[in-house]
Design a protein around this ligand. Structure first.
Ligand code: CA2
Length: 152
């Protein structure tokens, strides 16, 4: 693998509306704010990021498949697909890259239909409930995992 750890940061449907719509639910931080913070953190650790947001399930699957050979790990917030996309789960399992799932909200304290993540079993771990900080915590954990695998 490359000396510089490469991470695909993948956000799912409607997360492009963060900070713009329903701030009372998801806060005022925009996805661009979150991604800028992640880029700073990655640079501090000598890593590079490719940040993508897709509303479609197929586009998410395509991005995960394309990560094979171009990324060393995946930080993913599958959005609502978390709760029902077997296709995204299968793609994560198929690429065989370390993945960390993140959620802004504490999905286990919300509506019952959000309590299950079908995608999490294809990930190394999950961080939920810390708002924008979930992404930051997830990135730090993922870079640790990648570093352990690479032996640096
Ligand atoms: O807490 C999370 O990060 C979620 O992945 C967010 C998803 C939700 O379906 C998951 O259950 C948990 C929803 C993202 C929608 O984001 C919006 C942002 C602003 C306005 C409307 C939706």
């Amino acid at each position: 693998m490359a000396a510089l750890a490469r991470v695909l940061v993948l956000s799912g449907p409607n997360l492009n509306l963060l900070g713009v719509r329903e701030p009372e639910v998801y806060g005022r931080t925009t996805l661009a704010d979150i991604e800028a913070d992640l880029v700073r953190r990655a640079q501090a650790r000598g890593a590079s990021l490719d940040c993508q947001q897709h509303n479609g399930e197929g586009a998410m699957v395509d991005a995960i498949q394309a990560a094979r050979g171009t990324a060393d790990g995946i930080l993913i917030n599958p959005g609502a697909y978390t709760h029902y996309s077997i296709a995204i789960r299968d793609a994560l399992a198929a690429v065989d890259l370390p993945a960390v799932e993140v959620h802004l909200s504490h999905i286990f304290t919300r509506e019952a239909f959000r309590h299950e993540s079908v995608t999490a079993p294809a990930c190394r771990g999950i961080i939920a409930g810390f708002g924008a900080r979930s992404y930051a915590l997830g990135l730090e954990a993922l870079l640790d995992l990648i570093g352990e695998t690479a032996g640096y």
